[in-house]
Write a protein that binds this ligand. Structure first.
Ligand SMILES: [Zn+2]
Length: 331
């Protein structure tokens, strides 16, 4: 097996091309744009200008909110709402997608966050049959199911923004999640800012979104316009800093395990499916971004990923049965 000498990604990584110089296309893209991607003063100033523009636009439209944010109960989305309220003085509408996978950790945190942040909140519960149909199809065709929640989160964000005249959607995706498949500027912040659901979903589904568009199984809400920004693309904040703020201001409780996605009980299944399909853990691409950004060494990233492999090699049969019962279509 060959690995990128710079970031450590394996030659089996989705979309990778390792050149004769031993470096991958993702590293080359990052290196080319490094100055812009690391100029946090300019990035933050850009975010601030878009936040101000959203406030102006919301006022012009007579909207009660400047922006909308999906709140999962994890640290990232909670921190984003905290900052939008305290640092940017924005009127935030929070919403939570009830996908049937939230853990007690996640739901406790949502309750606590809403109490402390004092924001209006909407809980969206999609139709059970539609949800199951999506999960079953996604498992069959794509051999994963995370894309369903991703799609539904932004689908409802665009619906709610549209209904409430909200000009801006802010999300808590990490820089690793945004840059993990960045080999060109298309669809990648800060080079391109999405103004619609279809543009936003290009980030996750790539050209598949063109194929899905117009298909009866998916509605890309043409006509619903809102700007979409990923908070962490424009702000440099370490996990530790984030947790300190959340603990201090919100009485935040850290999850017991350091494994990712403590707000989703099905995450071990997602890892197992990823290992089966690609041979590497879910956060492989995110770790490579941290290596490129010099937050981790290649060895540290490899150790973390080995930890994921060990933790997720076997799925508890009870968890698998619970997952199957949750995602199968009802007869
Ligand atoms: Zn690389």
């Amino acid at each position: 097996m060959r690995y990128c000498e710079t970031c450590g990604l394996p030659e089996t990584y989705k979309g990778i091309q390792i050149g004769e110089d031993g470096t991958c296309n993702f590293c080359k893209f990052y290196e080319k744009h490094q100055a812009r991607l690391r100029d946090y003063d300019a990035l933050e100033a850009f975010f601030a200008s878009r936040a101000e523009a959203a406030k102006e636009e919301a006022k012009r439209r007579g909207s009660r909110f400047d922006c909308i944010v999906g709140l999962s109960g994890g640290k990232d989305s909670t921190y984003v709402i905290h900052q939008l309220r305290k640092k940017y003085g924005m009127r935030v509408l929070a919403f939570t997608l009830d996908n049937g996978f939230s853990t007690k950790f996640g739901t406790d945190n949502v309750r606590n966050a809403l109490d402390k942040l004092d924001v209006e909140h909407i809980r969206v519960t999609p139709s059970e049959d539609i949800l199951r149909k999506y999960y079953e199809k996604s498992l069959q065709l794509l051999k994963n199911f995370c894309g369903v929640c991703f799609h539904l989160m932004y689908y409802y964000a665009y619906i709610l923004a549209s209904q409430n005249g909200i000009p801006l959607i802010v999300n808590g995706r990490t820089r690793g999640q945004i840059l993990q498949s960045a080999a060109a500027e298309k669809g990648i912040e800060p080079f391109e800012i999405s103004q619609s659901l279809k543009e936003f979903e290009y980030q996750m589904f790539g050209r598949l979104v063109d194929k899905l568009d117009g298909h009866s199984c998916i509605d890309l809400l043409h006509g619903a316009q809102a700007e979409s920004l990923s908070y962490f693309m424009y702000h440099k904040v370490s996990t530790e800093e984030m947790l300190e703020v959340l603990e201090r201001d919100m009485g935040w409780k850290r999850p017991e395990s350091s494994l990712p996605h403590a707000d989703c009980w099905a995450h071990p299944i997602a890892e197992k499916l990823c290992l089966n399909k690609f041979g590497y853990p879910v956060r492989t691409g995110e770790m490579a971004v941290l290596v490129r950004e010099e937050e981790l060494t290649k060895d540290e990233a490899a150790r973390i990923l080995q930890g994921d492999r060990d933790a997720y090699a076997e799925v508890d049969p009870e968890l698998q049965a619970r997952f199957d019962a949750r995602t199968r279509q009802r007869k």
